[in-house]
Design a protein around this ligand. Structure first.
Ligand code: URA
Length: 431
């Protein structure tokens, strides 16, 4: 296998032999192919694409570059997982996990950190004092057995080829390529060992996929990779034109996830959480259908068993589940409605960037983050407001950053006279 030859063939739009492609990826993971050749290959893929067979060969090689977990074998149970492609205010997994666990189904999940305007589940969890995201495989399996839920950081040994390739794509304008995104996400999901996966592809202004059509293409590619690997996969396409729920920022989002587990969460987040739970329960070894899955998820919230599972989970990973233990920002500034009207738009990207500027996110992988800061969006698309009403509240570490964020959040709102077309949080389901 000569990398220069493969780059040339891909540039010319030819299809790779799966064995050659696998060798390229495995050699790259062993540091035998330099970054500049891999970057050229990614750019050739941007222009000429990958076939289904090539995408599968790429995914399979990435999985083979490191360790693979077999949770079914370890637990002798069917294990479910959920994954979101990332957005603004997406704390879904933190509420889904304990609800599913309370219904008796183990949920084992490896999560990532946030970059840019999108938040990461690990960063949110680390705002809980004492919470440990690094568990050994033995600890992960023991916790899944005892508590029914574990959300941990991805080990360095899991899909190391993706770790290297994703970092390279990040700095060579080659992230937004559907087969490379599908293979990057699915290699990690497949290597982490769950039998059934519910994927949440975010669509809109604050997401990778800006349109439903683009999101459908990505969903179909991921579904196909899951099927070829013998896993059950469903893909929800969900709205990311505005932030999910009200809270954006790490500790603020933990509070909101907890409210949702208690049954007091915002409507859009609650709907998405219950929908995802119903699908995960229907995939599980409980032998129930979607309707019964939904009923049990709602019951676990209503009877407090989901809250009990949340508290056991957080304690098991060393954290304090009491929301009063979460850090609080010293400065709060409200954003008032400048006129009467209805919210016709609340830009997810703009709110995500405002939170990033406050210190809730990181621009580069090594930036520190402030877990306490963020934005609460009280008014969402379709809400009617009167001049002077609180649209949002900024939580900041100082007055200057609060004022800048308040201005940016106000600019993210559009107030009009007619309500915008209404739709639910789940825009489509690809299964
Ligand atoms: N998330 C990933 O894990 N990989 C991608 O390529 C894009 C989003």
């Amino acid at each position: 296998m000569r990398p220069a030859e493969l780059i040339e063939r891909k540039r010319n739009g030819e299809e790779h032999d799966p064995a050659d492609l696998a060798e390229l990826i495995l050699a790259y993971a062993r540091d035998e192919v330099p970054d500049y050749q891999m970057a050229a290959w990614c750019m050739a893929v941007y222009f000429t694409g990958l076939s289904g067979a090539e995408t599968f060969a790429l995914t399979d090689a990435m999985i083979r570059s490191g360790d693979v977990l077999d949770l079914r074998e370890a637990l002798r149970r069917k294990v479910v997982d959920k994954h979101s492609t990332g957005g603004v205010g997406d704390k879904t997994s933190i509420a889904v996990g304990p609800i599913v666990a309370a219904c008796g189904v183990p949920l084992g999940k490896m999560s990532g950190r946030g970059l840019g305007h999108t938040g990461g589940t690990l960063d949110k969890l680390e705002s809980i004092p004492g919470f440990r995201v690094e568990l050994t495989t033995a600890e992960l399996i023991a916790q899944l057995r005892d508590v029914g839920i574990a959300i941990v950081g991805q080990s360095d040994r899991l899909v190391p080829a993706d770790k290297k390739l994703y970092a390279l794509r990040d700095v060579t304008a080659t992230v937004d390529i559907v087969p490379l995104i599908a293979s990057s996400i699915m290699s990690k999901k497949l290597a982490a060992g769950a039998d059934a996966i519910v994927l949440d592809v975010k669509v809109g202004d604050g997401a990778f996929m800006k349109t439903l059509d683009e999101a459908r293409v990505l969903a179909l590619e991921m579904l196909e990779l899951g099927r070829r690997a013998g896993r059950e996969v469903t893909c929800l396409l969900t709205d990311m034109d505005q932030p999910l729920g009200r809270a954006v920022g790490n500790a603020l989002e933990i509070r909101e996830a907890l409210q949702t587990v208690r049954g007091d969460g915002p409507a859009d987040l609650t709907e998405l959480v219950l929908d995802a739970c119903a699908r995960l329960l229907a995939y599980s070894d409980l032998g129930i259908d979607l309707k019964e899955g939904r009923r049990r998820a709602e019951a676990a919230v209503a009877d407090g068993s989901a809250l009990g599972a949340y508290e056991r989970w957080i304690r098991a990973q060393g954290g304090d589940p009491d929301p009063r233990a979460l850090p609080e920002a010293p400065v709060r500034v409200t954003v008032a409605a400048p006129r009467d009207g209805v919210v016709t738009r609340l830009g997810a990207l703009a709110v995500g960037i405002a939170a990033l500027e406050l210190g809730a996110g990181r621009r580069t992988k090594t930036d520190p983050i402030d877990h306490s800061v963020g934005v609460l969006c009280f008014a969402k698309r379709g809400d009617t407001v009167v001049a002077g009403d609180d649209l949002a509240e900024v939580h900041a570490r100082d007055e200057a950053s609060a004022a800048a964020a308040a201005e940016a959040v106000l600019a993210a709102y559009t107030l009009g006279d007619e309500p915008p077309p209404a739709h639910g949080i789940v825009l489509d389901v690809v299964a």
